[in-house]
Design a protein around this ligand. Structure first.
Ligand code: NAD
Ligand code: UDP
Ligand code: UDP
Length: 326
C-alpha cells in the first residue's frame, strides 16, 4: 500500500538512501532538511520523481503536514559537525523531536527515531546490549549529541506511554557508504579521502580502539523492517554490524583496497573517544529477522569508488558551513 512518508534529514547520508529506498518501493516521500550537513546533490536524482518532494525546513520549528509515517533522522552525526554549533545540536534532538512527535500525534503517524550507539558513551559493558544504560559524560564535547539523543529517546518513550503512540527507537552503530560527507571527519571517509589523495592516514591514539562498521544498505533494510513492526515493538533496538575491527586494521584495509602508498601516522586521541564499540544485535535478529550481509571489504570498495568519482569531479573536502552544492 502506498504511504505518505516524511523523512527528516533526508538530504543527509543515511536519509538520502532511505528516501531512495522508499520512493523505489512506490511511496510518496517528503524529504525535510535544513541543509546543515546534507546536500541537494545527495537527492538530485530523486527530484524529478513525482513521488518525491523536498522541503527546506529546520525541525526545531513546528511543521504542519499530513503523513502516515515519520522517520526522524535530522541531526548532524559526526563529531566535527555536531560540535560546530552544540546548542543547535541539542535543540535538534530535543525541540526537533518534540515537534516531530507532536506532528505524529496529531496525524496519528507511525514514528521512528534514529538514535545512536553514543547513548552508551564509553561503554563498560562489551558488546553493548540494549539493556545497558551507558557511561556518558554529561558536560563534555560529545554531550550535546549524546545527551541530546538520550533525551530524544526519553521523549519517544514518554509519548508512547502518555499518548499511546506507535513509536520506535533504533540505535545505529557506525555506518558507512557512498554519500558520507567527505569532510565530516568520520574515520571511513577520512581514511578513504586521505588514501585516494596520497595523504597520510591519521590514526588517532595508537589505533587500537575498535569500531564495528555497517554498510548503509544493510542499515536501511533494518530501519524499514523496524517501521514495519506492530506497536508492541518499540525498541530500542541496536542496528549495526557486529564484526569488530581496530582502527589500525581499518587503515590497513583501506590502503590495500585503494592501492595507495600513503603512510599510517599517529595523532592525539580526541577526548571521550570510546575505546571499543560492538553492537549486540540479538534483538534485531529475533524481532526483525535481520542480519547484516555486506562485509567490510565489499562495502569499502563501493565507498572508495564513490569518493574516487567525487574527488575526480573536484568536489573534495571543504570546511563545515561551506557546503557548496546546496
Ligand atoms: P548527516 O549529517 O549526513 O545527516 C543529517 C541530516 O540532518 C543532514 O542532511 C542535515 O542537513 C539534517 N539536519 C540537521 N539538523 C537539522 C534540523 N534542525 N532540521 C532539519 N534537518 C536537519 O548524518 P547521517 O550519518 O545521515 O545521520 C542520520 C541520522 O542517523 C542522525 O540522526 C544520526 O544521529 C543517526 N546516526 C548515524 C550514524 C552513522 O554512522 N551514520 C550512527 C548513529 C546514528
Ligand atoms: N507540532 C508540530 N506539528 C503538528 C503538531 C504539533 O510541529 O502537526 C509541534 C507543536 O509546535 C508542539 C509540539 O509539536 O509544540 C508538541 O506537540 P504536542 O501536541 O505533543 O504538545 P503541545 O502542543 O501540547 O505542546
Ligand atoms: N579516527 C581516527 N582517525 C580519523 C578519524 C577518526 O583514528 O581520521 C578514530 C576516532 O578517534 C575513533 C574512531 O576512529 O576512535 C571512529 O571515529 P568516528 O568519528 O568515525 O566515529 P565515532 O567515534 O563516533 O564512533
Amino acid at each position: 500500500m502506498q504511504k505518505r512518508i516524511l523523512v527528516t534529514g533526508g538530504a543527509g547520508f543515511l536519509g538520502s538512501h532511505l528516501c531512495e529506498r522508499l520512493v523505489a518501493a512506490g511511496h510518496e516521500v517528503l524529504c525535510v532538511d535544513n541543509f546543515f550537513t546534507g546536500t541537494r546533490r545527495n537527492i538530485a536524482h530523486l527530484l524529478d520523481d513525482r513521488r518525491f518532494e523536498l522541503l527546506r525546513h529546520d525541525i526545531t520549528f513546528p511543521l504542519y503536514v499530513e503523513v502516515d509515517e515519520i522517520y526522524n533522522l535530522a541531526c548532524p552525526a559526526s563529531p566535527i559537525h555536531y560540535q560546530f554549533d552544540p546548542v543547535q545540536t541539542t535543540k535538534t534532538s530535543v525541540m526537533g523531536v518534540i515537534n516531530m512527535l507532536g506532528l505524529a500525534k496529531r496525524v496519528k503517524a507511525k514514528f521512528l527515531q534514529a538514535s545512536t550507539s553514543e547513548v552508551y558513551g564509553d561503554p563498560s559493558v562489551h558488546p553493548q546490549p540494549e539493556e545497558y544504560w551507558g557511561n556518558v559524560n554529561p558536560i563534555g564535547f560529545r554531550s550535546c549529541y549524546d545527551e541530546g539523543k538520550r533525551c530524544a529517546e526519553t521523549l519517544v518513550f514518554d509519548y508512547i506511554r502518555q499518548h499511546r503512540m506507535p513509536a520506535k527507537v533504533v540505535r545505529i552503530f557506525n555506518t558507512y557508504g557512498p554519500r558520507m560527507h567527505p569532510s565530516d571527519g568520520r574515520v571511513v571517509s577520512n581514511f578513504v579521502v586521505q588514501a585516494l589523495g596520497g595523504k597520510d592516514i591519521t590514526l588517532y591514539g595508537d589505533g587500537s580502539q575498535t569500531r564495528s562498521f555497517c554498510y548503509v544498505d544493510d542499515l536501511i533494510e533494518a530501519m524499514v523492517r523496524m517501521m514495519g513492526t506492530g506497536p508492541e515493538t518499540t525498541g530500542p533496538i541496536n542496528i549495526g554490524n557486529p564484526t569488530e575491527f581496530s582502527i589500525r586494521e581499518l587503515g590497513e584495509l583501506v590502503l590495500e583496497l585503494t592501492g595507495s602508498k600513503s603512510k599510517l601516522i599517529f595523532e592525539p586521541l580526541p577526548s571521550d573517544d570510546p575505546k571499543q564499540r560492538q553492537p549486540d544485535i540479538r534483538k534485531a535478529r529475533e524481532l526483525l529477522g535481520w542480519e547484516p550481509e555486506i562485509a567490510l571489504p565489499v562495502g569499502l570498495k563501493k565507498t572508495i569508488d564513490y569518493f574516487d568519482d567525487l574527488l575526480r569531479r573536484g568536489d573534495g573536502p571543504h570546511p563545515v558551513g561551506a557546503s557548496r552544492s546546496n
